[in-house]
Design a binder for this molecule. Sequence first.
Ligand SMILES: Nc1ncnc2c1ncn2[C@@H]1O[C@H](COP(=O)(O)OP(=O)(O)OP(=O)(O)O)[C@@H](O)[C@H]1O
Ligand SMILES: [Mg+2]
Length: 256
Amino acid sequence: MNYETEVVDGRVATENGPCKTGIEELDKGLGGGISLGSAVLMPGSSGSGKTTLCMQFLINGAKQGKRGIFFTATEPLFKLTKNMEGFSFYDKKLIESGMINLIDLRIISERLGLDMEKYTAEDASALLDVLRDIVDELDVKRLVIDSVTALCYRLQTKEMIRDFVFKLGSSLAAMNCTSIFTSEVPPQVFQYSQYGVEEFIADGIIMLGDIERKGDLIRTFQIIKMRGIAHHRTKFAMNISSKNGIELAPLLKSQE
Ligand SMILES: Nc1ncnc2c1ncn2[C@@H]1O[C@H](COP(=O)(O)OP(=O)(O)OP(=O)(O)O)[C@@H](O)[C@H]1O
Ligand SMILES: [Mg+2]
């Protein structure tokens, strides 16, 4: 399948208007999509659908000619691709052609010679430079870090986390790169992040969760904040299917 890319002066043309995720109800809820260059935090408990939604966001972007990058810190690449092959939205050719780049953050850390457990301020700065360079050189328009929790775990203080996430978000915005940072939170707890600072730096928060009803766990989806956009904060039921990937439908009051 061929996807068209608009190129200006050798670089992918900047999107006009919002960054369309291709997830219908999400785009509708945001009046077209995520604001260009925003950094969105996506908290969700284990199995809530963070990785799947992020990959669908990148794949949909690549199909519109926008190059994407997926930094994983939670699953090895071979497992990630194997899991995604079960979805019909997944197109292996987009990875092979370089429209989507999958990078294991641990490999970058290793190549930079960073301590795998704890980063110093210099380590954090070196990592930041490498991430910026990759985004710039590859002309990336959509970026995912899965998860920012695993990355922040290596930073030693809240100040370092705040500084790192803020600088990363600012650099990506300057490059018109729209990003999603997943955040690991405990199940059925209304909490956005592990360290309590990530949510204040993010431009938006999209929360994935689950509620229990008659012994079933129903996945939920809710836009909590999106700076600069008037949006609803309706809780949706989120379904994951091989055929359509992420599907959202208003949560029936009786399901709550
Ligand atoms: N091919 C598929 N078709 C339908 N549903 C699937 C398919 N593959 C995975 N799932 C569902 O998606 C869930 C995993 O979603 P995902 O990996 O995106 O969650 P996550 O929030 O990233 O989890 P984690 O916190 O463990 O990283 C599985 O538990 C399963 O219910
Ligand atoms: Mg995941």
